[in-house]
Design a protein around this ligand. Structure first.
Ligand SMILES: *Cc1c(COP(=O)(O)O)cnc(C)c1O
Length: 399
């Protein structure tokens, strides 16, 4: 089969699964079919548009309730949520933080913001997340006996950040065991996994801290936004304090007891978020239905398979994943070219983090599985509009 033939089959399979086969199919697109305008109007009419307001409080409470975490703190975006998580986990300048190379740059940049050094680890094909077995074997030989210190660099290794790739949960119990065994703090980058569950528990509950994102391309959006999740009440209170300029409560005085951040989410963004959360169950249902249809329509496409949720997991199918067989990986770019030219938006995996110039000299383990996945992976159109059709015309860019 040529690249051209494979591309034609991919386009056909996407269109067959889409609710409106002949429409352009963006990778993802925000859907505003609830009370967004009513809530935004309320913000403007009452003057509560900025850094405090009832929608911020309500959004935080509803996020905690939905995810089953004790505390959710709304912030400006997912990247700063992760920066705050690292600071709250005790990551200090000069520390190393273990992190997958197969991730979006937003997982790794905050490690640099904290003055720490990313230490790249490999992923596994079964979950697309960090491989706990390979990691444990690696740490066995890489960490010094006297606490979590890298034998080769002498630096303290403080934390492991895992990411639930395209919404598929990593093997959290095994990863938490590795962290316990080696004295590391587990942090979850759950930016892509709102609505994804590992053994019945929402992602973001296993790590000491977790980050969510509500960027325009995520499952629900606040325009831009993020949140910190934790089950530790004291850490939750500190997360709020740290991200709201560390101001001590007082009726008029401005006293700050640490170098805090102005990372808070404005009330207008939270208003959008409250309206979006009301629609989340419907979004998740639509996205799972689309994933099920892809499984059917790609069954007959030779040389490629659709990735399905790992065992004991319920995934949100944020972005559907097509994995080319090794024999077809040389055709990936032809498929990307042809699908995008036909209005079926597809994307390759992110360039692996250890290949980016700013992280090229960072320490790493063998990364062969991430390399294999990266060469074979194509993201398919996955928006709610593709799943159930559009009541209004949408831009093909989805942002
Ligand atoms: C979206 C995303 C982020 C960052 O979120 P922003 O809100 O865009 O800052 C971080 N990590 C991953 C894996 C993401 O997909």
């Amino acid at each position: 089969m040529t690249g051209e033939q494979l591309s034609a089959r991919v386009i056909e399979a996407v269109r067959a699964a889409a609710a409106e086969p002949d429409a352009p199919q963006p990778l993802h697109e925000p859907v505003f079919e609830g009370r967004e305008i009513a809530y935004l109007t309320e913000c403007i009419e009452t003057g509560w548009v900025s850094s405090v307001g009832k929608f911020v409080d309500r959004f935080e409470q509803e996020l905690a309730a939905f995810t089953g975490t004790r505390r959710a703190v709304a912030v400006a975006n997912g990247t700063v949520a992760l920066h705050a998580c690292l600071r709250l986990a005790g990551v200090e300048p000069g520390d190393e933080v273990l992190v997958p190379t197969l991730t979006f740059v937003g997982t790794v940049n905050p490690i640099a913001y904290a003055g720490a050094i990313p230490h790249f680890v490999d992923s596994e094909e079964a979950t697309l997340g960090v491989d706990p077995d390979k990691l444990a074997a690696y740490l066995e030989t890489t960490l010094a006996e006297d606490g979590p210190r890298n034998r080769n660099t002498g630096r303290r290794v403080r934390a492991l950040v895992v990411m639930h790739t395209y919404g598929h949960p990593a093997r959290l119990h095994e990863l938490a065991e590795v962290c316990d065994r080696f004295g590391l703090v587990l942090i979850e980058d759950a930016a892509e996994s709102l609505g994804s569950y590992y053994r019945g528990t929402h992602t973001g509950n296993t790590g000491r801290l977790a980050a969510l994102s509500f960027n325009g391309n995520k499952t629900v959006t606040t325009g831009g936004g993020g949140a910190i999740l934790t089950n530790d009440e004291a850490l939750g209170a500190l997360a709020k304090h740290l991200t709201t300029t560390a101001k001590q409560p007082h009726r008029w005085a401005f006293n700050h007891d640490m170098v805090g951040y102005n990372y808070r989410m404005p009330n207008i963004n939270a208003a959008l978020g409250c309206a979006q959360l009301e629609q989340l169950p419907g979004f998740l249902e639509a996205k799972r239905a689309l994933a099920a249809r892809y499984l059917e329509t790609f069954r007959e496409v030779p040389g490629a398979r659709v990735f399905t949720e790992p065992p004991e997991c319920r995934s949100n199918y944020w972005l559907n994943v097509l994995l080319l067989d090794p024999a077809h990986e040389a055709r990936r770019d032809a498929v990307l070219e042809a699908t995008n030219a036909a209005g079926v938006t597809t994307r390759p995996a992110w360039t692996l983090m250890h290949r980016l110039p700013m992280f090229a000299s960072a320490p790493r383990m063998d990364l062969c599985t991430a390399e294999i996945i990266e060469r074979r992976l194509i993201n398919l159109p996955s928006g709610v509009g593709t799943a159930r059709g559009r009541s209004r015309p949408t831009s093909s860019q989805g942002r």
